[in-house]
Ligand binder design. Structure first.
Ligand SMILES: *Cc1c(COP(=O)(O)O)cnc(C)c1O
Length: 405
């Protein structure tokens, strides 16, 4: 083993907001990360659904380096050419009209909520302020977005929560219809709850949300921060359902690792946002736009997403075999595409499994409901999927109760 380049001091000056593993990475290529002690790790975490095209993708590296040599930042006081291009791309890909750029997922969902409320206000319905969210939802860590989750793990000790958010039972249309009314500005929905355990809404749910929202005069906000940008095999995870949201929040994977957030809105809704109503110093700066444009170019290449769907189906088959092999450990599989969850029985220690896999050089991400999340780069190869499964078999075998061995 090589000497570590950096020593992680016990008295680290980094605030302990994460239970960090004692490992750092210095470089990456494709689905592989190289640690500071020179060891290679298969990355099935993608920086939590961020590295859409893996690490050091040549098209992204070229786009960002070229932009870095020209111009980094000017501000939204001026036109930003890259923004005009990426906004047009996102508008045409979504069938919506206007884009606001920011720097993260929480900023995108927060802006989505502001836009929905302002649209109601401009329509002469200022009392329409409530945002309906699902139980188990995660929309980010700002105070507003803490109010949008119902999970104590994120909220405890940060009160008072901003008013104007209600929660309805995940995937339950009757509960949603009962909560809709003249005070509801929007329904905010993750079609696959990422942090919630790669949990997919039931078939027909999104169409039902769209219909009920229309009936009660509310907007639909799709939080595509984790499930969007090809992760489910479609550019937007709701595409298969045929619905069109009024507002879409994007972030994580949009610029392949460069910080970014974006909100796409219909013209009718976006028109409520006039100069001075919202802003962001860094939002949509030339570097982020160069990276986002490069990601969207690759995702838009002929056959790219079809190929993602084929390899995701290959992973799906392998996961079902794994479930058959370990029935006493795996309770269910969740998610789709390359946003997958392996829900473990309560008897299985999820953090221990994540650690064991990492010790065996496979990176995964824990999620709610005792679920192991797999979020590989969309470019993962079949032999890398095979290797990830082999490592899962090894770890589960080592941790299995007797009747699974
Ligand atoms: C990660 C996430 C967010 C928050 O994104 P940040 O960039 O961490 O602020 C919001 N919504 C969903 C669905 C997410 O997965």
């Amino acid at each position: 083993m090589n000497q570590k380049a950096v020593d992680y001091a016990a008295d680290s000056a980094v605030m302990q907001t994460y239970g960090r593993a004692e490992i750092g990475f210095l470089r990456g290529e494709g689905c592989w990360l190289e640690s500071d002690s020179g060891e290679k790790y298969l990355d099935c975490a993608s920086g939590i659904a961020v590295n859409t095209l893996g690490h050091s993708h040549p098209h992204l590296v070229a786009a960002l380096t070229e932009q870095a040599g020209k111009l980094w930042h000017t501000s939204n006081l001026y036109r930003i050419p890259g923004q005009e291009i990426v906004a047009k791309m996102l508008a045409s890909l979504s069938g919506l009209d206007q884009v606001f750029f920011c720097n993260s997922g929480a900023e995108a969902t927060e802006a989505a909520v502001k836009i929905a409320r302002r649209a109601a206000y401009e329509k002469g319905e200022p009392e329409r302020m409530t945002i309906l969210c699902a139980t188990g939802a995660f929309h980010g860590r700002t105070l507003g977005m803490l109010a949008a989750t119902d999970r104590p793990v994120f909220r405890t000790g940060f009160g008072p929560m901003p008013a104007g958010f209600d929660h309805v039972s995940f995937g339950n249309l009757n509960a949603l219809r009962a909560a809709l009314g003249p005070l509801v500005a929007a329904v905010m929905v993750e079609s696959v709850q990422g942090e919630g355990g790669a949990k997919q809404v039931p078939d027909g749910y999104l169409a039902g949300v769209r219909e009920a929202a229309d009936e009660f005069g509310a907007l639909v906000i799709a939080d595509e921060v984790q499930a969007g940008i090809g992760r489910t095999g479609r550019l937007f995870s709701y595409e298969d359902t045929g619905i069109k949201p009024d507002i879409v929040a994007l972030a994580k994977g949009l610029a392949g690792g460069f910080p970014i957030g974006a909100v796409i809105a219909s013209k009718a809704v976006g028109a409520a946002m006039t100069p001075g109503t919202h802003g962001s110093t860094f939002g949509g700066n030339p570097l982020a736009m160069a990276a986002a444009k490069a990601v969207l170019e690759i995702l838009g290449e002929d056959g790219f997403l079809a190929d993602v769907r084929e390899r995701a189906a290959y992973l799906d088959t392998a996961l079902h075999q794994l479930q058959t092999q370990f029935p006493a450990m795996i309770e269910a599989l969740s998610g789709r595409g390359f946003l997958r969850g392996i829900r473990l029985h309560d008897s299985v220690d999820l953090p221990a499994l994540v650690n064991r896999l990492r010790d065996d050089h496979l990176l995964t991400v824990p999620a709610a409901d005792n679920t192991l999340r797999l979020l590989p780069p969309l470019t993962i190869h079949r032999d890398e999927i095979d290797l990830a499964i082999t490592k899962l078999v090894t770890a589960l075998t080592a941790m299995a109760p007797r009747d699974d061995q």
